[in-house]
Design a protein around this ligand. Structure first.
Ligand SMILES: Cc1cc2nc3c(=O)[nH]c(=O)nc-3n(C[C@H](O)[C@H](O)[C@H](O)COP(=O)(O)OP(=O)(O)OC[C@H]3O[C@@H](n4cnc5c(N)ncnc54)[C@H](O)[C@@H]3O)c2cc1C
Ligand code: SF4
Length: 337
């Protein structure tokens, strides 16, 4: 248990929510709850810490003080974020009396509290149910392959792109390029998310034995997708699960609940569709070798080598190859004129 979470609820209040702002909801990973919480903090003159892309398309933590900044930190980025000076910056702002909202993985929230050594009245923390953090090296290897194919540098990666629905979004990623075009990678053609969600090959090994699962939570509020929510509360546009873990979290939630559609749910419903709430992902032993091989191998070839390549694509490619061979044979026998 962390230094601060001793007073966090053992049984949090659970809500299914989504923001009434349709644009924010569309651009958010689940129901846009994070943006509503963050906007409230900004409106009070506070700062919000979250994860954004830097110029190299890697993810780093930063503090923002505006709605433009909020646009950058919105959305889940499925790789480790570089902490940089974030803990120091948060501490300095807290000491100045600024209101701070900090959002990160549960272990990052624990890291912040450990760094601060105490809680602050002007700090509100948000974590999320966390499947695990991917290696940025694997992400860059996948992205480089795509950039080579498209002949252009990528400028933004939009994971869980909702064009086509929220429930199918985990395997849909949109990549925007510097020349203005974008591509959408879906299903088994989306090798990066396919690998993340099936083989776990490039999840950080420490995530395989995560010590901050379950309750009490690290953050005052926990954000998640409400996977498994009943159909009346699922229009496939994104339903967030909110866990209210402390009195501080409850106070903030009460201030924003009118901006959202809100339904209180039972604690047991967390387990219907979110095994990662209490269970660590199984990270294979080959992760280190897989990452080392990326020094001289493409992402696709490394996936194939370690059994993380979708078999349906392999099968489909074999079928196409066979068809081509038959056509060539028939053509050379003169059966096709
Ligand atoms: C690596 C990862 C794994 C996750 N695993 C699960 C899961 O198994 N089950 C589940 O229900 N939900 C999971 N989530 C949470 C989920 O994807 C949504 O972030 C959550 O539902 C909140 O959505 P939202 O619409 O309210 O806001 P969003 O706008 O999507 O909020 C995302 C918040 O997370 C922060 N963030 C984004 N990427 C990172 C990162 N790499 N490191 C630290 N902070 C980041 C953003 O700055 C923002 O504050 C995961 C998120 C991440 C980043
Ligand atoms: S799975 Fe656990 S250790 Fe890994 S990033 Fe998430 S909270 Fe941290």
């Amino acid at each position: 248990m962390g230094v601060v979470t001793t007073n966090h609820f053992k049984q949090p209040d659970i809500y299914a929510v989504w923001t009434k702002d349709a644009d924010v909801r569309y651009k958010s990973t689940s129901g846009g709850a994070f943006t509503e919480l963050a906007k409230n903090i900004l409106n009070k003159g506070g700062l919000v810490a979250g994860a954004r892309y830097n110029e190299e398309c890697l993810v780093e933590h930063c503090l923002v003080d505006s709605l433009d900044g909020l646009d950058e930190i919105r959305q889940s980025k499925y790789m480790s974020s570089i902490p940089g000076n974030i803990y120091k910056d948060v501490k300095a702002a807290l000491e100045e009396g600024r209101l701070i909202g900090f959002c990160g993985a549960p272990c990052q929230v624990l890291g912040l509290y450990s760094f601060l050594g105490k809680d602050y009245d002007n700090l509100i923390t948000m974590d999320f149910i966390c499947r695990g953090m991917n290696s940025p090296k694997a992400f860059k290897a996948w992205l480089s392959e795509l950039e080579e194919r498209e002949g252009c540098k990528a400028k933004k990666v939009w994971f869980k792109y909702k064009d086509g629905g929220w429930k199918s979004s985990p395997k849909r990623t949109r990549v925007d390029f510097e020349d203005g075009h974008y591509v959408v990678k879906e299903g088994e053609d989306n090798l990066y998310m396919y690998g993340y969600l099936t083989s776990n090959l490039y999840i950080r090994p420490s995530c395989g034995n995560c010590t901050v699962k379950g309750v009490p939570r690290q953050g005052d509020i926990t954000l998640a997708d409400f996977w498994g929510i009943e159909s009346e509360l699922d229009d496939d546009k994104g339903t967030s699960m909110l866990l209210i873990n402390s009195e501080k979290g409850r106070d903030l939630f009460d201030e924003i609940r009118n901006n959202m559609v809100v339904h209180q749910r039972n604690f047991s419903e967390i387990f219907n569709g979110n095994p990662m709430f209490s269970t660590s992902a199984k990270v294979p032993n080959e992760t280190h070798e897989f990452l080392a091989d990326l020094d001289n191998m493409s992402f696709t070839d490394a996936l194939k080598k370690y059994g993380g390549y979708p078999s349906a694509i392999s099968r489909w490619k074999k079928i196409v190859k066979k068809i081509k061979t038959v056509i060539l044979c028939l053509a050379s026998n003169g059966d096709i004129k």
